[in-house]
Design a binder for this molecule. Structure first.
Ligand SMILES: [Zn+2]
Length: 318
């Protein structure tokens, strides 16, 4: 499908003011080559009671929002579209409180749940691995942050970051919360994030000992006896950590709990990796596209996320 998106708030409101217009847009994103029955793959359908589509082949009824993050929502789609707009067009995103205010929502929980559902759509399934030269380091996030105002309402959590080198700057990043800095925690992150054959640049920590065995070239900078500080030796990763902490403290006022931290990391990554995108509308398009491509998340799984994500599965060689 051609990349179709509003260029500003006026266009958004003009184009997506009604439920029907939003549904038609989501249908173009979800079925770029026309309707496909989720059960039999049939291509012909007819509308039933405004929002349903009945497959001409097998008779099953579906809707464009069934099986997406919009499934079973009681919030009108034009409100969802505005939420996606605020999340993608504000440089630092939106907090639940900010979103509640700007959308005029009666309940804080509605804004909070919408944001969490949207964060689930910020990670593209099967996204590309980082390639080239990659800095990798881990750091604690939470508690009192030195040099930053305020305090994160979060017990200290260990986060590992991989940052692609782009000359002196930073290319794309990946990050994950890990239970500790052992090889068993760090290597699965590396395998999920970095293309084999890439150069992985770390400090001399033992947890990075098996980097070469996992198919990478390993460049080690030992900190001991060096005059330089870690932030000078791993400047990119430390820049990312500093921006992440500022964002958690600023936009979210430090109100992030450990069990939800992973999803905030996903949002930060989504925004960071697209920070040079000149068109904010394009981010809106990407988010909407991914929102109809992923499975729905029931409310109780958002409030109580499964620990599977926080604790990576230990498979294969470490
Ligand atoms: Zn069918």
């Amino acid at each position: 499908m051609v990349e179709e998106y509003p260029r500003n708030l006026t266009e958004l409101e003009a184009k997506f003011g009604t439920e029907e217009a939003c549904r038609a847009y989501l249908a173009r994103l979800r079925w770029p080559d026309g309707f496909r029955c989720p059960r039999c793959g049939g291509k012909r359908s007819w509308p039933v009671r405004a929002v349903l589509l009945e497959c001409a082949g097998c008779g099953c009824q579906t809707s464009v929002t069934a099986g997406t993050i919009f499934q079973d929502t009681r919030t009108p789609l034009p409100i969802w579209f505005r939420a996606m707009w605020w999340v993608t067009t504000q440089k630092n995103g939106a907090s639940a409180l900010g979103l509640q205010r700007v959308l005029g929502l009666r309940k804080y929980e509605t804004a909070w749940t919408m944001l969490h559902k949207l964060r689930r759509a910020m990670v593209r399934p099967g996204r590309d691995l980082l390639t080239g030269r990659i800095e990798v380091d881990e750091s604690y996030v939470g508690g009192e942050e030195k040099g930053l105002p305020g305090r994160l309402n979060l017990k200290k959590a260990l986060v590992v970051v991989a940052a692609q080198e782009d000359g002196p700057g930073i290319g794309r990043i990946r990050m994950r919360q890990v239970i500790d800095a052992s090889a068993e925690s760090l290597m699965p992150f590396l395998r999920d994030s970095v293309q084999p054959g890439s150069v992985v640049h770390t400090d001399g920590w033992l947890g990075y000992l098996p980097v070469e065995r996992n198919g990478y070239q390993h460049e080690v900078t030992f900190l001991k006896g060096k005059k330089k500080t870690p932030s000078e030796l791993m400047p990119r990763v430390h820049r990312v950590f500093s921006l992440l902490k500022r964002w958690l403290l600023g936009t979210h006022q430090g109100a992030v709990s450990q069990k939800h931290l992973d999803y905030y990391l996903d949002e930060f990554t989504f925004r960071f990796n697209r920070r040079r995108s000149r068109s904010r509308g394009k981010l809106f398009f990407r988010l909407a596209q991914q929102a109809v491509a992923i499975d729905p998340v029931p409310y109780d799984r958002i409030v109580h996320p499964t620990p599977a994500k926080a604790k990576p599965q230990y498979v294969g060689v470490t």
